[in-house]
Design a protein. Structure first.
Lengths: 403, 430
C-alpha cells in the first residue's frame, strides 16, 4: 500500500511559503556586522574533530552492510532482499547497499571502519528507550545526561566546544551542567543597536536566577557570541537541492574550514523506521548518508585539516531478520556502525551476527557501542573515557596509531 | 497583603495550568487571594471567551486525484488544512477565559503524541483533538479506550498493518511504554501478545473512520501481563489501564509536566489516581505545597510561549496575516501543534533554551508586535511601566539585570515589549 504523506517539517514550510516567508522575517533584522566577528581564538590545525551522525528510526543493518551470499538472508526477505546485482561486494560475503558508492571508495582507500553487530546488553526495541541508551551512553542505569554532554561537563563553559546543526537541543549534547550549542542550518542572526546591548544585559547572570532561568539567560549570551563568529562563515547557503544531511555537513565543513574551535559536531537524518515498503526508500537514505559523508570528507580533505576529522554513524537499533507482511521490517537489535576519516584504520571490526542462530529471535550483539565511544573519547577527543562512560574499561583501536 | 510567595505561586498557576494571563488578569487574581485564584483557574464553566471562535470546516478530502493539476490543488488544500487546524486550536488556547481545559488537552496531545506528518489529513487530527478534549479532565480508562479506537492514532502507529497473520508491534509497544505503563513494566512477549489483541482495526486515512475487520483479528486467546483472554482493543486497554503501574506512571507524567522533572512526586500521588480520575489528580497537583516553594522551574515550550504572548498582546492567531509564516516560525523553534517529532512527544526545559531558539523568538516577537496591542505599557506612567509589565505578563519578579535592561528601553514601547517577552523571566516559569 502506498501511503501519501504530507511531511510538513521545517523544510516543507520553507518550500510552501517560499522566499516570501523568509524575507518577512529577515526584513525585520539587520545582518550582524561582519567586522565584529572572529572574536574567538581559532583552533590549531592538528586538533582532532569528531562528527557524530545520528540516523533516527532504526536503520536496517542487513540492507546496509548486506550478507548477500547468505541463503538465510534471501529466504527471510522475499521481495526486499538485495541480490548480487544490487550490492557492492567488500569481502567475507558482505557488501554495501548498491547506493553507497561513496562509502565503497572510502573502503577502497582504507578510510572506512565497519564495526559489525553493534548494540548493548539486552537490546531494547523501543525507539525512544534505545535512542536514549545510545545518546546517554548508559544501557543499564537510566540517566538523563548525554555522553558528549558529560564530556562538556568535564571542561570550562565554551559555547563552541560542541555544536549540533538543528534548532532544538539533542540529548546527546546535554550534560548535567553544560550543554552544547545548537546552530540552525540557516545560521544565526542577531539584532543590532540598543536592542542588542539591552538583550545582552539580560544575558548576565543574577543571584535571583534558578538553574533554568540561568540557562535562559545563557542562551541569549550564547546567541550573540556564536553569531559573531559563525555568521561570516555561513554567508554561503548550502544548496537546497541537497539532502538534509548533506546540507548540515556543508555547514560543518564551512565551520571546520574557518577554524572555529569546535571539537564535536552533531548532525542527523530521519526516516529510517521502515515498517513497510522498505527497499527503495531505505536504499535512498543510506545512499544519501554515503554521498553526504564522502563529499564532506572530500571538502575538508582539501584543507590543512584533512587528517583531523573522524565521522561516526549510528542508529538506535537495526531491524528484524525476517521481513513483515508489508515488505518492511520491525524493530531489531544489533547493526553496523561506521567510522570514517583519514586517521581511521579501515576494515571490519567485530563479527557479523548469524542470521540463523538468533538470540530471542533477533541478531546477536558482537560489539558493545561503548567500545566505540571509548575510542572516540580517548583517541579523538583525547579525554579519559572512564569518567564519561562510568568506568567502561575497553575500547576498539579504530584510530591509526591508537593503542 | 500580597507576598512574594503569592506572586510566585500565582505565576505558576496561570502559566502552567493556563497559558499565561490576559491583560489585567494577574492583578485581579492576586487581589482575590491564592485559594480563590486557584479555584478560578481550575474552574470548568461555560467559556464566553470562546464565543468569538471561528471553526473552519475540515471536509473529508477523499482520495487524491491523478490529474496533475487537480492533484496539485488537492495537496495544497491538504497543506492549508493542516495549518488551519493548528491555528483553530491555538485560537482556542488564546481566546479562552478559562484555558485550563485547553491546557490539559495540550498536555494529552503531547502524551498521546500523534503527528500529521504521517496522518496527513486535518480531519482525523481534529477528531482526535475533540476526543482528547472530551476526556481531558474525565476518566483515564475512558480516554484510553477512546484512543485505542482513534483513527489518527491507529494509523500513526501502523495499526493499518497489524493483522493476525502478520502482527505489527508498534501500537502494542508504544501503548504500554509511552501511554499507560512506562518502560520496565512489561516484557517483549507482552508487547507481541498485546499487538495480537490490537489486530483487526482498519482506518480510512482521509476521514479517520475506524472499521473492525473480524477476519484480520486474532481469534486465539492472548496472554498479556499474566492474563489469558481473547482481547480486543477495548478490553485490552481496560485491562492494562487497570494495572497499578498505570496510576504511578500517569501521576508521574503529570507531575513532571506541571511541577518539575527534577523532584520526584510524593508517593501518595498515585493513590489519588486510584479511580483514574484525571481532574482529581491534577487538582491535587495544583494544590501541592511545592507549587509555592522555589526550585521547581519549568521552561515554556515554543507553542506555550507563542500562545501566552498572543494572550498578552490580544492577538488571535488565525487573524495574523500569514498563517504560513506563523507555522514556519514555530516550526523553526521546533514545535507546531499536531506535528510532534515522534510518538515520544516534545522535549522539555533545557531543550528549548538554545541560542537558535533565542534567535527565532526575537524574530517572532518583531512579527507579533506589528499586530499586537501594547495598551498595558503605553497607558501607564513611565515611572511605573517596569512594575506594570511584570503584572501584565504574570511574572513574579524581574531580576536586577532584566530591570536594568527594561529601564533603558522606556522611550520605545516596542523595544521594551521585545525585551520583556524574550526575558529569561518570561521564558521560564521560575
Amino acid at each position: 500500500m502506498t501511503v501519501h504523506t504530507c511531511d510538513f517539517n521545517r523544510r516543507q514550510f520553507l518550500k510552501y511559503t517560499g522566499a516570501a516567508g523568509v524575507a518577512t522575517i529577515a526584513a525585520n533584522l539587520t545582518m550582524d556586522d561582519v567586522a565584529q566577528a572572529a572574536s574567538v581564538a581559532p583552533m590549531p590545525v592538528g586538533t582532532p574533530i569528531l562528527v557524530i551522525v545520528t540516523l533516527y528510526g532504526g536503520n536496517d543493518g542487513l540492507n546496509t552492510v548486506v550478507p548477500y551470499l547468505d541463503p538465510a538472508y534471501l529466504s527471510n526477505r522475499p521481495g526486499m532482499s538485495l541480490d548480487e546485482s544490487k550490492v557492492i561486494p567488500l569481502s567475507d560475503g558482505l557488501a554495501l547497499n548498491g547506493t553507497m558508492t561513496g562509502f565503497a571508495s572510502l573502503w577502497e582507500a582504507n578510510k572506512l571502519a565497519i564495526v559489525l553487530g553493534v548494540s548493548y546488553p539486552q537490546p531494547n526495541l523501543s525507539h525512544f528507550t534505545s535512542m536514549a541508551i545510545w545518546q546517554t551512553g548508559s544501557p543499564v542505569e537510566e540517566i538523563s545526561s548525554g555522553w558528549i554532554g558529560r564530556y562538556l561537563d568535564s571542561l570550562p563553559h565554551d559555547p563552541f566546544r560542541a555544536i549540533g546543526i538543528d534548532s532544538t537541543l539533542t540529548p546527546l549534547l546535554a550534560g548535567d551542567h553544560r550543554v552544547g550549542s545548537m546552530l540552525p542550518i540557516s545560521g544565526l542572526q542577531v539584532p543590532t543597536g540598543s536592542l542588542a546591548s539591552q538583550m545582552q544585559l539580560m544575558a548576565n547572570s543574577s543571584r535571583q536566577d534558578t538553574a533554568l532561568v540561568a540557562d535562559a539567560a545563557d542562551s541569549i549570551g550564547d546567541l550573540f557570541q556564536l553569531s559573531a563568529t559563525v555568521s561570516p562563515v555561513l554567508q554561503k547557503a548550502p544548496p537546497s537541492s541537497a539532502s538534509p544531511l548533506a546540507q548540515q555537513l556543508d555547514v560543518v565543513g564551512n565551520l571546520i574550514t574557518a577554524n572555529v574551535p569546535t571539537r564535536v559536531y552533531s548532525v542527523s537524518l530521519s526516516g529510517f523506521d521502515t515498517h513497510a515498503d522498505e527497499l527503495g526508500p531505505q536504499g535512498t537514505l543510506v545512499g544519501q548518508v554515503s554521498d553526504a559523508i564522502t563529499a564532506f570528507l572530500a571538502q575538508v580533505g582539501a584543507t590543512p585539516r584533512a587528517n583531523d576529522v573522524v565521522v561516526m554513524v549510528y542508529s538506535e537499533f537495526g531491524r528484524r531478520v525476517m521481513a513483515n507482511g508489508g515488505e518492511g521490517t520491525d524493530h531489531g537489535t544489533s547493526a553496523p556502525v561506521f567510522v570514517a576519516g583519514n586517521m581511521v584504520a579501515g576494515g571490519f571490526y567485530g563479527e557479523q551476527p548469524s542470521l540463523t542462530q538468533l538470540v530471542d529471535g533477533d541478531l546477536a550483539v558482537s560489539v558493545d557501542f561503548r567500545d566505540i565511544y571509548a575510542a572516540m573519547l580517548s583517541d579523538v577527543l583525547k579525554t579519559d573515557p572512564g569518567s564519561v562512560l562510568n568506568k567502561w574499561p575497553t575500547k576498539l583501536n579504530l584510530i591509526t596509531g591508537a593503542s | 497583603m500580597t507576598t512574594a510567595s503569592d506572586r510566585l505561586e500565582l505565576s505558576r498557576l496561570v502559566h502552567r495550568f493556563g497559558f499565561g494571563p490576559k491583560p489585567g488578569e494577574y492583578v485581579n487574581l492576586l487581589r482575590a487571594g491564592i485559594p480563590q485564584a486557584r479555584a478560578t483557574i481550575l474552574a470548568r464553566r461555560y467559556d464566553h471567551g470562546l464565543d468569538a471562535l471561528v471553526t473552519p470546516a475540515f471536509p473529508d478530502m477523499g482520495q487524491a486525484p491523478s490529474d496533475p493539476t487537480a492533484s496539485h490543488a488537492y495537496w495544497q488544500a491538504v497543506y492549508e488544512q493542516s495549518i488551519s487546524v493548528a491555528m483553530w486550536w491555538m485560537d482556542r488556547m488564546v481566546l479562552a477565559d478559562y484555558p485550563f481545559l485547553e491546557r490539559m488537552t495540550w498536555f494529552w496531545h503531547g502524551h498521546w503524541a500523534t503527528s500529521i506528518s504521517k496522518v496527513s489529513y486535518a480531519l482525523p487530527m481534529k477528531t482526535q483533538n475533540e476526543t482528547l478534549r472530551t476526556h481531558a479532565l474525565g476518566n483515564f480508562t475512558d480516554m484510553s479506550r477512546a484512543m485505542v479506537q482513534d483513527g489518527a492514532l491507529i494509523f500513526w502507529l501502523d495499526g493499518e498493518e497489524n493483522v493476525s497473520w502478520s502482527p505489527n508491534e508498534n501500537l502494542g509497544r508504544e501503548f504500554m511504554e509511552l501511554f499507560t505503563l512506562g518502560v520496565g513494566n512489561y516484557s517483549q512477549n507482552d508487547v507481541h501478545q498485546a499487538a495480537l489483541g490490537f489486530t483487526g482495526y482498519q482506518v480510512n486515512q482521509t476521514s479517520g473512520a475506524v472499521t473492525f475487520v473480524a477476519k484480520s483479528h486474532d481469534t486465539k486467546p492472548q496472554s498479556v501481563l499474566g492474563k489469558q483472554e481473547n482481547f480486543n482493543a477495548r478490553t485490552l486497554s481496560d485491562y492494562i489501564v487497570s494495572r497499578p503501574e498505570n496510576a504511578t506512571f500517569i501521576a508521574r507524567r503529570l507531575w513532571f509536566r506541571f511541577v518539575s522533572t527534577s523532584i520526584a512526586p510524593p508517593a501518595s500521588l498515585a493513590k489519588v489516581f486510584e479511580n483514574r480520575d484525571i481532574a482529581e489528580l491534577i487538582t491535587t497537583i495544583a494544590k501541592n505545597p511545592m507549587m509555592r516553594r522555589p526550585g521547581v522551574s519549568q521552561a515554556k515550550s515554543p507553542v506555550e510561549w507563542f500562545v501566552s504572548s498572543c494572550r498578552a498582546l490580544r492577538i488571535t492567531p488565525s487573524k495574523l496575516p500569514s498563517p504560513g509564516d506563523v507555522a514556519w516560525m514555530l516550526g523553526s523553534m521546533g514545535q507546531f501543534p499536531f506535528n510532534p517529532p515522534s510518538v515520544g512527544g516534545w522535549p522539555n526545559d533545557e531543550a528549548w533554551l538554545t541560542a537558535a531558539s533565542t534567535q527565532y523568538r526575537i524574530d517572532m516577537t518583531y512579527y507579533l508586535l506589528q499586530h499586537g496591542n501594547l495598551d498595558p505599557l503605553t497607558k501607564v506612567a513611565k515611572s511605573k511601566v517596569v512594575e506594570a509589565a511584570a503584572d501584565w505578563l504574570g511574572i513574579p519578579q524581574w531580576s536586577t539585570r532584566t530591570e536594568r535592561a527594561l529601564n533603558q528601553a522606556l522611550t520605545d514601547p516596542n523595544r521594551f515589549a521585545t525585551l520583556a517577552l524574550c526575558s529569561p523571566e518570561y521564558l521560564v516559569s521560575a
